[in-house]
Design a protein around this ligand. Structure first.
Ligand SMILES: Nc1ncnc2c1ncn2[C@@H]1O[C@H](COP(=O)(O)OP(=O)(O)OP(=O)(O)O)[C@@H](O)[C@H]1O
Ligand SMILES: Cc1ncc(CO)c(N)n1
Length: 272
């Protein structure tokens, strides 16, 4: 019998098109050699053109999924994606504390503050922003906002690398141990610079910018690959460097799907 691989939990929504959400997370976990567990928050009716419906899972069922897998299977890291509502954030917070996920506990916790799809469809209620800031940010080992999320959370409109540093400081003041301000939406930046900050040191992670519209699921894939590396014992800077390399390869292997935006491919290592 072989030993179980590290286990990583995603607390996130389903994308019926299979490109983002838990589907991207599970493909990434598989590719990174960890076992993926899921606390499903919502079912989205979604394809390559956008989201046309959302059905939320009852908040107590989301919390119960976390307790069920943490207490039996055991977790070495956890991440969030689409959390949908304040009720879900408020319900999962005591569950996270009970099983030691996040700061003060043993298990690294990556908070990807997903607020909208790449088409601008809302995935987090406006009324949930206070709960995200007040309950989840202080518990996070790492937060990974894109620039739209930075603006929603801090009010700062990032246009260049100087703004990115100002935003990283404002986000760090909300309590997470580390902040990764993603540069995918800094459209004039040819390097897609992601900026990592722990309150004292800035670490710049440049990469190529591929000329493609097929980046659906890029944020989820990045956060899941970082979480996988943390589960294997990497430090946060090591895990983020691993994740950046992983997402660059996944964007390079992205494929068209449907009439809109195709998904990145976390399974770039496999022959097709
Ligand atoms: N065209 C691209 N070429 C290479 N890397 C990219 C490209 N677009 C995004 N990335 C990288 O992908 C990761 C996710 O970045 P982004 O800022 O787009 O997040 P996101 O908006 O949360 O993603 P999504 O909502 O599409 O899942 C970052 O590491 C970013 O640098
Ligand atoms: C369910 C879901 N989660 C996350 C995203 C963001 O990529 C999406 N489009 N759909």
């Amino acid at each position: 019998m072989t030993e179980a691989p590290p286990r990583v939990l995603t607390i996130a929504g389903s994308d019926s098109g299979g490109g983002a959400g838990i589907q991207a997370d599970l493909r990434t976990f598989f590719a990174c050699g960890v076992h993926g567990c899921v606390a499903l928050t919502a079912v989205t009716v979604q394809n390559s053109l956008g989201v046309t419906g959302v059905a939320e899972i009852p908040a107590e069922t989301v919390a119960a999924q976390i307790l069920s897998v943490a207490e039996d299977i055991g977790l070495q890291a956890a991440k969030t994606g689409m959390l949908a509502s304040a009720a879900i954030i408020e319900a999962i917070t005591p569950a996270l504390d009970r099983v030691g996920i996040g700061r003060g506990g043993r298990t690294p916790f990556v908070v990807d503050p997903v607020s909208a799809s790449m088409h601008g469809d809302q995935l987090l209620a406006d009324s949930a922003l206070d709960a995200l800031r007040g309950l989840l940010f202080p518990r996070a080992t790492l937060v990974t906002p894109n620039l739209d999320e930075v603006r929603l959370i801090t009010g700062i409109a990032v246009e260049d690398r100087a703004d990115q540093r100002v935003a990283a400081k404002a986000l760090h003041a909300l309590g997470p141990e580390w902040v990764l301000v993603k540069g995918g939406h800094m459209w004039d930046d040819p390097e897609c610079l992601d900026l990592l900050y722990d309150g004292s040191e800035f670490i710049e992670l440049p990469g190529p910018r591929y000329d493609t519209r097929h980046t659906h699921g890029s944020g989820d894939t990045l956060a899941s690959s970082i979480s996988s590396a943390l589960a294997k014992g990497a430090t946060v800077p090591e895990a983020v460097r691993f994740g950046k390399d992983f997402i660059v390869r996944s964007v390079a292997a992205a494929y068209p799907l449907g009439a809109g935006d195709g998904p990145v491919s976390p399974l770039w290592r496999l022959d097709r």
